[in-house]
Design a protein. Sequence first.
Length: 92
Amino acid sequence: MEITVQWIRTSWTKESRAGEAAARRNATPIGFALPPAETTTSAHVIRMHERDGFKPYVTQEDRGKVDVQLREAAGRLRVFPRVQPVFAENAQ
């Protein structure tokens, strides 16, 4: 099975939770055209940040560095994203 990974990460703060800023954030694409694969272990990574007006920054990275685990089972691909927490609360 040949696998292509596209990882899209959008980052924002409270400023983009409502109004015009939220509309810009919600208008960001949920997918992009794939470039030709450089290697079988590469991933197409797109990052968009509030501070840049959600302009997409596109890179090609090693698939092992992308926070996703891929498993093939019975001819089907299972995808397990490993999303790290952004903030942690310290309850005492």
